[in-house]
Design a protein around this ligand. Structure first.
Ligand code: HEM
Length: 414
């Protein structure tokens, strides 16, 4: 896929064109204004960090806090910026919004329950879910891969892993849909969905406590560190962050990844060959490259300066928000050869798609398993899968943190 050339003057950020293809704008920023102060669509001013070296450093800088209490916004704007964690509520105080030592304690406890082994044992279930979803549209000759496939797969997967009974999982599908569709801060559809999820989780956790089984919620309740356990509210917030961080990200990794392959026949052939041979190490490297090339997390989540500091030679004052643009860093020519080329054979690929430092994605093993299974099965089942829309007409969601398609129409021989 060829990219448009770098614009010659300062690009307009957050426009419709930008949402469809932000990469030329990021190329301009990396070159001319690598640490750039901008006004976001919400009205909040923030610094955008676009070069790889600066991004990697900022992600691990302990002077940048995840706690929105450090934000210097004027008091009249408090609670209206849409910054998560700003309106303190039980579910929104979670790993992504807290700093050490609380973060260290919670992350250690969840790591005891959400282990790579648990994820590896889950592989047959992910394959089953993938096959069932594909079976439901396989005879039709066409599908919207977001609605019919990428969207339901991660929500059923995380619900199964947590131990949400199957008969309740369609409620989660609906609440997750409300969160994706409505966006727009704590009072709108998101607020309603969060309330319902919270009520459901608190009740489920309470019931599980009486009869622990072999699922992630039971293990979160059991987990202890030096005799310390998670409280019921902490378990609920942990389940919530796993849903929140593990859902739309995976939808978009499957969506953006399929889109990138459909637009590049040569890379698609390579991917199909690896899928046909069941070569997991080649497939895993391919998924990493899809994540670098057009990953689901465009910006890392909010960070705030707790003291004056410099990033890439730019002074940042105490209280100012910093957004690390992972999508820009992952296309930095100073780190990646031919960064705008999708190259599934790329072997050195230290992309920042899962973040870096203490907040590095906790769910990366699950995301890799789901993406590998979903993409390999899809390509294997439909040898002539094609995009059924003009690429220029595809609509991308305009949110700040995530990058993903609203729909991905495809056709194939049933
Ligand atoms: C954190 C990306 C899937 C759970 C992160 C961060 C990134 C990321 C970039 C760091 C954010 C920051 O530093 O501001 C992704 C991508 C995924 C994915 C690209 C899929 C393709 C998942 C899944 C789960 C998950 C499936 C769990 C079920 C988490 C959690 C954190 C996190 C809990 C917070 C960790 C912490 O703050 O200590 N993810 N993620 N993610 N992710 Fe993922």
């Amino acid at each position: 896929m060829t990219e448009s050339p770098t614009p010659s003057s300062a690009p307009e950020l957050f426009s419709w064109e930008f949402a469809s293809n932000p990469y030329p704008a990021y190329a301009w920023l990396r070159e001319h204004a690598p640490v750039h102060r901008t006004t976001l669509p919400s009205g909040v001013e923030a610094w955008l960090v676009t070069r790889y070296a600066d991004a990697r450093q900022a992600l691990a800088d302990p002077r940048l806090s995840k706690n929105a209490d450090h934000h210097d916004e004027p008091s009249h704007a408090k609670g209206k910026t849409g910054i998560p964690g700003e309106r303190k509520a039980e579910l929104t105080t979670h790993l992504l919004n807290i700093d050490p030592p609380d973060h260290t304690r919670l992350r250690r406890l969840v790591s005891k329950a959400f282990t790579p082994r648990r994820v590896a044992e889950f592989a047959p279930r992910v394959q089953q879910l993938t096959d069932d979803l594909i079976d439901a549209f396989a005879t039709k000759g066409e599908a919207d891969l977001i609605h019919d496939f990428a969207f339901p797969l991660p929500i059923y997967a995380i619900c199964d892993l947590l131990g949400v009974p199957r008969e309740d999982q369609d409620d989660f599908r609906e609440w997750a849909g409300m969160m994706i569709r409505h966006g727009g801060g704590p009072r709108g559809g998101v607020g309603r969905a969060v309330k319902r999820i919270r009520a459901y989780l608190v009740d489920l956790i309470h019931r599980k406590r009486g009869a622990l089984t072999d699922d992630l919620i039971s293990d979160l309740i059991r987990a202890s560190d030096h005799g310390e356990h998670l409280t019921e509210n902490e378990v609920a917030a942990m389940c919530f962050v796993l849903l929140l961080a593990g859902f739309e990200t995976t939808v978009n990794l499957i969506g953006n990844g399929t889109h990138a392959l459909l637009r590049d026949q040569e890379q698609m052939r390579k991917f199909r060959a690896a899928a046909a041979q069941g070569d997991t190490s080649v497939l895993d490297a391919a998924v990493e490259e899809l994540l670098r090339y057009d990953g689901p997390v465009e910006f890392a989540t909010w960070r705030f300066a707790t003291q004056p500091l410099e990033i890439g030679g730019q002074r940042i004052a105490t209280g100012e928000p910093v957004l690390v643009v992972l999508a820009a860093a992952n296309r930095d020519p100073a780190r990646f050869e031919h960064p705008d080329v999708l190259d599934l054979d790329r072997r050195t690929n230290p992309h920042l798609g899962y973040g870096h430092g203490i907040h590095y994605c906790l769910g990366a093993p699950l995301a890799r398993l789901e993406a590998r299974t979903a993409l390999a099965t899809l390509m294997d089942r439909f040898p002539d899968l094609k995009l059924a829309a003009d690429p220029a007409e595809l609509r991308w969601r305009g949110g700040l943190i995530m990058r993903g398609l609203r729909s991905l129409p495809v056709s194939f021989t049933p």
